[in-house]
Design a protein around this ligand. Structure first.
Ligand code: GAF
Length: 387
């Protein structure tokens, strides 16, 4: 569990690295966080609800305009992978790698771009751990460009710019969960978001007061087929909705109304399982929000999280043995509930644990499930200007 810099320290570090690299000070430094979703997985592209919190881990973007028609993108975390591209040559896929995410945002806003841009990125959102390091990067750059160029973009517009960068430039067919969390979350709250009409509510989440902690556990695994698996699930959900005659799967409110999907074919059985996860998961979001709003003991949320994991493992089939092991070990070590988070096929899990048991649970998942890192997460602030 590593120490994170304060906003002031993070801004100073990014500005100094920018000056070292580009020979002049940046015009500002912006930050956006990664996220962990409390519950509501694979509901965002089905018109359902999500309940993320922002991580205290952020990605910082230090920017300055330039006048030679080029965008120069450098990252403290990818020292040998600078990108230097003419503004007119920004096209989906070019540049690729880490630079594709900020470049995608620049591409979205290209008609507003000045004669060029220098960008330095620094951050501590764990990459490849299912904690939305890519959305943090996109959102930091989108907010920076809005402020720097005086663009008339509200929070929802920033979410869309960042999400389209990911969908259209990088080519990942994600929903709006990650970018919404990074832009809209506030400290001390979970964001209850209806992904269909975009209405949202900040739900107070003071676990410390209840003697609890959210422990995020990086399983240490990422799987090559994460991207293709995600796309497959999206297509299966669309096909299930089509067969049910609804626009989006979350139009169905009761799993009993999914029975017609099972037409006796293997494919029908698969579609029933996929749809059952989505519809039951959306109900779990409402259940958790109901429990938190009621102000009772947040420990009651635990079994709902664990049920969410079983659904992602058995019905949606996006877990992997490493994540299942983290969940089982965390529960055996005393967690009130645990589940994998994010798209799946690797990445992280979250466990709801008594504050006094954090060290025991972290040690257990490290020793018995091989998890390399754990973080205690207090719901943090969304994207913001640092300097
Ligand atoms: C990934 C995607 F980017 C999100 O849009 C969401 O679908 C999530 O997987 C699953 O809930 O993080």
């Amino acid at each position: 569990m590593s120490e994170l810099p304060t906003d002031e320290e993070a801004a100073a570090r990014a500005a100094e690295a920018f000056t070292t690299r580009f020979g002049g000070a940046p015009e500002g430094v912006w930050a956006a966080p990664g996220r962990v979703n409390v519950i509501g997985e694979h509901t965002d592209y089905n018109g359902g609800h999500v309940l993320p919190v922002a991580l205290p881990h952020t990605t910082r973007a230090a920017l300055a305009r330039r006048d030679d028609g080029r965008v120069v993108l450098v990252s403290a975390q990818h020292a040998d992978a600078d990108a230097d591209v003419a503004v007119v040559d920004l096209t989906p896929g070019t540049p690729g790698g880490w630079a594709g995410y900020p470049a995608g945002v620049l591409h979205q806003l290209r008609e507003h771009l000045p004669g060029g841009l220098s960008l330095l990125v620094d951050g501590d959102v764990p990459a490849g751990a299912g904690l939305s390091s890519s959305a943090a990067l996109e959102c930091a750059v989108a907010l920076a460009l809005r402020d720097l160029l005086g663009l008339d973009l509200g929070p929802g517009d920033l979410v869309d710019v960042a999400r389209r960068a990911e969908n259209d430039f990088v080519g990942a067919p994600t929903g709006i969960l990650d970018q919404s969390a990074s832009v809209l979350c506030t400290a001390g709250h979970a964001l209850y978001l209806d992904t269909r009409d975009r209405s949202s509510e900040q739900v107070p989440l003071d676990l410390e007061a209840a003697g609890l902690a959210l422990l995020v556990v990086d399983s240490g695994t990422t799987h090559d087929h994460a991207a293709s698996g995600y796309g497959d699930r999206r297509r299966e959900c669309e096909e299930a909705a089509r067969r049910l005659g609804v626009g989006l799967l979350c139009d169905v409110r009761d799993v009993a109304d999914l029975a017609s999907l099972d037409d006796g074919s293997p494919e029908g059985a698969v579609l029933l399982r996929r749809a059952r996860h989505v519809v039951s998961e959306d109900a779990r979001v409402e259940e958790v929000v109901g429990l938190l709003r009621a102000g009772g003991d947040p420990r009651e949320v635990g079994p709902v999280l664990t049920a969410g994991h079983a659904s992602l493992r058995d019905d949606f089939e996006v877990s992997v043995p490493e994540l299942d092991a983290v969940v089982e070990v965390a529960l055996a070590a005393g967690a009130h509930g645990a589940r994998m988070v994010g798209g799946g096929f690797g990445g992280s899990a979250v466990a709801l644990v008594d504050a006094a048991a954090v060290d025991d649970v972290a040690a257990a998942v490290s020793e018995r499930a091989g998890a390399p890192r754990s973080y205690v997460v207090v719901p943090a602030a969304g994207a913001r200007r640092l300097s």
